[in-house]
Ligand binder design. Structure first.
Ligand code: ADP
Ligand code: MG
Length: 368
């Protein structure tokens, strides 16, 4: 059976976007806000596979429908500032006064709106990124075009990110009609927020991507499998949706393995169903759980392994006795792991895993 619906790979746009209505509404509301409003800078946080890149791409489409010129998602790297400028110049070229062409003897501004040559010599002095960005945005604004800048995979200690934030702040100060959305992992963003140059981001609208609603996943599976002429029972659909724990990536993986496991008549036996779910969970644990643990210290992992022996939740007092360490040390690790988006605290003195199947992964790999 060929899978034409599910796309379990990063940055791959799904055929249908499941859920996320609240965040999209929030973004649409921010597009209506006046220049300088706080919600025009948004910081989206989520583990790998939680759908950050997909949402950035969605935001790009929505903003274009609202008449914005968009710098499509750019990953932070040395080239990021020039990529952002290139993207704005390319998408906004119909609204920018002239495109520089290189002629012998210097750079000349050519083909303005009227078509003919405008022989005004451009100043040759190299300009800073902030100057270039503000100039492009201001030209686009003057032609009635707001600007949206989308940045993906933000990490700590990136000079290029600092450059962009400084430039954005200056543009906000000048009253330009600009928007910016940044996305990254919760663990790295917490150090970004502690960087004094970037304290501006503390005022940005922060969105922690929540899991998808199981009901939305179930609804989507029902439609997707019916479009593919695959007849799952109601119970199988509901079980498959539960097993995703609301992770968009796991939803795609489970969908994909179920399609691949379907027999000729379009049905799937209970044993093939179970093995498809199992394969999807194994891929998920290798891709997501392993990456989530990679930046953590041995002590962090010992904390998590001490949680893994319990069911859904763990009392902090049990961690203290299992690790035989002080309460203040356990509090410190708890705070770090909450900031990193690995655990959360549903109520005082109690913690639980925030990453699906991390408990099983730790139990399998780290329990003595
Ligand atoms: N809202 C959604 N509905 C359906 N599929 C989604 C959704 N969000 C993400 N996905 C799928 O999940 C996977 C991971 O998404 P991605 O945006 O790459 O995550 P991240 O950037 O957070 O690592 C991709 O296969 C993508 O198609
Ligand atoms: Mg991504």
């Amino acid at each position: 059976m060929r899978d034409t619906v599910f796309v379990p790979s990063f940055g791959n746009r799904p055929r249908n976007l499941v859920g996320r209505e609240e965040i999209i509404n929030q973004f649409e509301t921010s597009l209506q806000s006046i220049p300088g409003s706080r919600e025009r800078a948004m910081l989206m946080l989520g583990q790998r596979g939680s759908g950050k890149t997909v949402l950035l791409l969605e935001f790009a489409d929505i903003a274009r429908k609202h008449g914005c010129i968009v710098a499509s998602p750019t990953v932070v790297s040395k080239e990021m500032p020039s990529r952002v400028l290139e993207k704005l110049r390319e998408e906004g070229k119909a609204y920018l006064p002239g495109t520089k062409v290189q002629l012998s003897g210097g750079s000349v501004s050519a083909f303005g709106f009227g078509g003919g040559f405008d022989l005004k010599m451009e100043d040759q002095a190299p300009r800073s990124f902030a100057w270039d960005l503000s100039r492009i945005c201001s030209d686009l604004n003057q032609n009635g075009k707001p600007v949206l800048i989308l940045i993906d995979e933000v990490r700590a200690n990136q000079d290029e990110l600092r450059q962009l934030i400084v430039a954005y702040q200056e543009m906000v100060g000048e009253g330009l009609d600009v928007f910016m959305v940044l996305a990254g992992l919760p663990s790295t963003i917490s150090s970004v927020l502690n960087d004094h140059v970037l304290t501006f981001l503390n005022r940005a609208l922060k969105i922690n991507l929540p899991p998808l609603r199981i009901g939305d996943v179930e609804f989507y599976y029902r439609k997707a499998f019916s479009d593919l002429n695959i007849c799952l029972t109601d119970e199988q659909i509901s079980d498959a949706a539960q097993e995703t724990e609301g992770s968009p990536y796991l939803m795609q993986l489970i969908g994909h393995y179920l399609v691949m496991g379907t027999e000729a008549g379009g049905a799937i036996s209970d044993s093939l169903f179970s093995s498809a779910i199992q394969k999807a969970k194994e891929d998920f644990m290798n891709d997501i759980c392993e990456t989530a643990l990679a930046p953590l210290s041995d002590k962090d992992i010992a904390f998590l392994a001490a949680m893994a022996v319990d069911g859904d939740t763990t009392e902090l007092s049990d961690i203290i006795s299992r690790l035989q360490c002080s309460s203040s040390l356990v509090q410190t690790y708890k705070r770090r792991l909450i900031q990193a988006g690995i655990i959360n605290q549903p109520r005082r003195g109690v913690v639980q895993f925030a990453v699906p199947y991390l408990r099983d992964y730790l139990y399998k790999n780290y329990a003595d």
